[in-house]
Design a protein around this ligand. Structure first.
Ligand code: ZN
Length: 399
């Protein structure tokens, strides 16, 4: 087994010829141990790499147990044989991780150096990254100041390098570290941003801060007494900007307004929509009132009507108004809207119809479901072609 893996000495290596030493299955996954690797195992907030080993796709790389030893385990999607192989790295994904991870080193160093804020956590997500700083509050102005300071260090193109020191030498150096892991053996890997920061890290890094390209601090929010700061570096920032531009173009086309008038245009539309809804509700109330009066003037012990493009709420209004106008008769009203059909059966206090029984019978004919007790029964149904049949049954029942 090599003491140093290629991903530790050359973060830019994308292909490697090496040997598969061990192959085993664990919990249904095919696992591979390599003599050497360019694939970084998950650690220090940086996700494990993806790529290929021979003909198999790499699903993840972790530093874990295989038998009694801890080593880098490559989880692959098909069975491989021990022996010579070629390893390929998903470089696009790794490059992004290197930008975000190296960027975090720089951001952490500047936050500590300029503002005295220590980083207590780091998270590299698929869309956003964040660090937690031991600052109870970070103002908008401080956020901009921090961003400008980091941009200054990107422009300064400071070299970034990784090297190993003995544990004795490590103790004599001024290293930013949260301490070595329990049981750490052998040399300590340090990552230095020239003239700015040295810390312990096993991850993969750009060779210069200039390769970080750019930074945007997106937002800050309080967390556990400190502040969580969301950020993105480099290509990820340019991709996000591209998505913003496309969305902006869509919105400008839809609303026919320039960027700085979009928010006001949307607010205006929402206010207009609310006004329309209020007006529609008022018209429906008036309509229900008119229909109720119109139906109350009809002859017969059962009043029947179907409404297009109305919902259960409208039926409830009609029933309530009719019962107020006339408590001698029964009412059977139905409606349909957006592919749904509703019914409501009710009787006034002076009408002797057995509404729960008749409601169940009507629901059965209409291929529907409903419920109620006493003087009202309502529900939804499926078969609009059975409306006449249901009305006939009800007419017979309320006589
Ligand atoms: Zn690192």
């Amino acid at each position: 087994m090599r003491e140093r893996k290629t991903f530790e000495t050359d973060a830019y290596a994308r292909e490697l010829k090496t040997n598969i030493l061990k192959v085993f299955e664990n919990k249904g996954y095919y696992c591979v141990v390599l003599e050497d690797s360019i694939l970084f195992p998950e650690g220090g907030g940086q996700p494990g790499d993806r790529g290929r080993i021979g003909s198999a796709n790499v699903l993840d790389v972790i530093h874990g147990h295989s038998g009694d030893t801890r080593e880098d385990i490559h989880i692959v999607d098909s069975l491989l044989e021990p022996g010579p192989t070629e390893v390929h790295l998903d470089w696009k994904r790794r490059f992004d991780h290197m930008q975000q991870h190296t960027g975090q080193h720089l951001l952490t160093a500047v936050a500590r150096g300029r503002f005295g804020w220590a980083t207590t956590a780091f998270h590299l997500g698929p869309d956003l990254c964040d660090i937690e700083l031991d600052a109870p509050q970070i103002t908008r102005g401080q956020r901009h100041e921090l961003e400008e300071a980091v941009i200054g260090e990107i422009i300064a193109a400071r070299s970034v390098s990784a090297f190993w020191v003995t544990q004795e030498e490590y103790k004599t150096r001024d290293v930013r570290s949260r301490g070595l892991p329990d049981g750490h053996q052998g040399d300590v890997r340090l990552v230095e941003i020239q003239g700015l920061d040295i810390n312990t890290c096993g991850g993969t890094h750009m060779s210069s801060t200039s390769e970080l390209e750019c930074l945007k601090l997106l937002s800050a929010e309080p967390i556990r007494g400190g502040t969580r700061l969301f950020f993105i570096f480099g290509k990820r920032l340019r991709d996000r900007m591209e998505a913003h531009e496309q969305r902006g173009h869509q919105l400008r086309t839809i609303l026919g307004r320039p960027d700085d008038a979009l928010a006001a245009a949307i607010e205006q539309r929402i206010a207009h929509e609310k006004e329309l809804e209020r007006s529609l509700r008022h018209t429906e109330d008036e309509l229900a009132d008119l229909y109720a009066k119109f139906m109350a003037a009809e002859p017969g012990t059962l009043l029947v009507r179907h409404f297009e493009n109305k919902d259960a709420g409208f039926l409830q209004k009609i029933v309530r108004l009719l019962l107020e106008l006339d408590n001698n008769r029964a009412i059977f009203v139905t409606a349909e809207k957006d592919g749904n059909a509703f019914f409501s059966l009710a009787a006034g206090s002076a009408c002797e119809a057995d509404i729960p029984k008749l409601g169940r019978e009507a629901a059965a004919v209409l291929n529907g479901k409903g419920g109620g007790s006493g003087r009202q029964f309502q529900g939804k149904f499926g078969d609009l072609s059975k409306l006449r049949e249901a009305a006939a049954i009800l007419r017979a029942g309320v006589k």
